[in-house]
Design a protein around this ligand. Sequence first.
Ligand code: B12
Ligand code: SF4
Length: 488
Amino acid sequence: MRILLVRPQQPEETHGLKLIMICEPLELEYVGASVPDHEVLICDLMVDNNLDACLKEFNPQVVGTSCYINNISEALDVCRRVKQYDPGIRTVMGGVHAALNPKDFQNRYVDFIVHGEGMTTFKELIECLDTGGDLSRVKGIGYGKKAGFCFTDVRPFPKDVDQFPLPDRKLTQPYRKDYFYLQWRPLTIMRTSWGCPYQCTFCYNRHLTDDKYFSRSPESVVNEIESIDSKEVFIIDDTFLFNKKRLDTLYHMIKERNIEKEYLVYGRTDFVVQNKEILRKWEDIGLRMLRVGIEAVTNEELDQYNKRNSIENNKKAVEICHELGIDVSASFILQPHYTKEHFKALNRYIKELGLVYIFLNPLTPLPATDLYHEYKDRLIVPYETGHALWDFQHCVIRPTQMSLKSFYRSMNIVYLSVLNPFRVRKIKMRKQPYLLPTSKETWGLYKNMFITMVDTLFAYRQHGIIENKNSHTRIKNKATEEVGHDLN
Ligand code: B12
Ligand code: SF4
């Protein structure tokens, strides 16, 4: 069969992320690799708006698409455009949001929804469509919309993740030069494990594997690293720094094979504190940046999130990384009850830790997380109609102690004060952020900051949505009327 896999665009309301990071659609490279006996093409609309040309030239029989919460409308719109082009093409919807919230995609332009892990399911679904098999036997799908979608049983996550194929990066070859993450470019992303055994209340990732952790064998991981062309590699595991022994084995294998790369990974600060030697070894083979969830400035808040970590560990881990020459990129959660004093304390704390790369995320209770039920009645941006603003940059819960605008203003003051070029140039880093908009990439960063600030200072997009008026009802229309979004 001819299978076209489409990554939808970023909505314009999602804060200019595409100006500062566009990574390869690894999910589609994996899904494509799972059907080796078929002809597959990837069309990446985040990089090139060429859907019509792909449909015309490739003439697919099946179109699969995928999205995160913020571009649900765009993914549904891909299905609408496909059906308008040729109603006979089967449309398949997958991705992390569909994995746990499949019912959100019950829509007249969608034929199949894949929930749970997607590769095995997609392979079976394609075989079934190709041979006219019995769809009710394919685990992990929703189908048959005339009388309402019916969903087959959830497919358990496979224990042996080495059985997964390697992602087919040839499929994204035409777009590769456009993939980057901040100043990491050219960049390849890869996954060496699935899931996380911790149980933070705000976390979506852990539910994807039911709080379990599955890792690939070191041999298969190192083989993949060796096959990667770019020097810079972003390991997107939810917690790459987890199993000390495995990391040590990987270290020795990478060293023995003389693989020279620079790595960016996610990890927890308690691991760093307890395993300084492993971090030292990994710095030696190229670990340049660690992304950590510091989340809060008090232990009470960390306990509320069930983070099972402490501010003492957070501080110590940042010190260790700085001592070893590893940059730290940290994310923080901004709670709706924050006051100006909280923001000031946060600003002081970030500076005390000597951090530069920060992400300030207003608390976002993603559907399917523990927090969603707690906050679902307090949402000012219902996710069914305002997907684009569920980007971890907008407040989807109304601040209780400040107006929305002053909340955003305080958030921007922290960003501006931390990223102040006079401060940044004094801090020693492996990869210094660009200070002046002198190239295409740095200009993107500045543009992103400017757009984000102007937007949030006036909260204009958000007000359009909250009050459901003016041009910003576009988001709502797009999701509900234009593409006929039939939410349950
Ligand atoms: C790396 C990453 C990024 C990268 C981009 C990666 C990329 N490929 O574009 C960066 C850092 C740029 C990023 C940005 C954002 N991200 Co992000 N990101 C991740 C992370 C850590 C890994 C995603 C990944 O590449 N997985 C690897 C692939 C192989 O796995 P997969 O996506 O699960 O795909 C499998 C199945 O879903 C299924 N499948 C997927 N697509 C399809 C399609 C078909 C047809 C089929 C049949 C099956 C199928 O099969 C795949 C293979 O098993 C996840 C966390 C996580 N655990 O998923 C968060 C995550 C996906 N991000 C999230 C969010 C919200 C964002 C942002 C909106 C906001 C932000 N500031 O983080 C932006 C939006 C950018 C965008 N692309 O639109 C949320 C999404 C929540 C949700 N319910 O949708 C997650 C879960 C993290 C979280 N905060 O909870 N992200
Ligand atoms: S440690 Fe990170 S990935 Fe694991 S549950 Fe907590 S937030 Fe999620």
